[in-house]
Design a protein around this ligand. Structure first.
Ligand SMILES: [Zn+2]
Length: 72
């Protein structure tokens, strides 16, 4: 089974990849600072449906692909 080593988190108008997995039901607090794969510390956004429509951070996507062995 595919187990990602990261999760996606809406923050600052983009969806960023964050290392590790969140236990089921757990989520970041609004405004929590998290270190994203793009080497930026981002402040997490709310958890409305709209936040998930933000574009994926391209730097995070590349880093996530590398981490999971997906050639880009
Ligand atoms: Zn990012």
């Amino acid at each position: 089974m595919f187990r990602p080593k990261h999760h996606w988190q809406p923050a600052e108008q983009q969806r960023h990849a964050v290392a590790g997995t969140l236990p089921t039901g757990r989520r970041h607090r609004d405004g929590e600072s998290v270190d994203a794969f793009c080497e930026r510390t981002v402040s997490t956004a709310g958890h409305t449906e709209l936040d998930w429509l933000w574009p994926t951070c391209p730097d995070c996507l590349r880093a996530a692909e590398r981490l999971n062995g997906i050639p880009s």
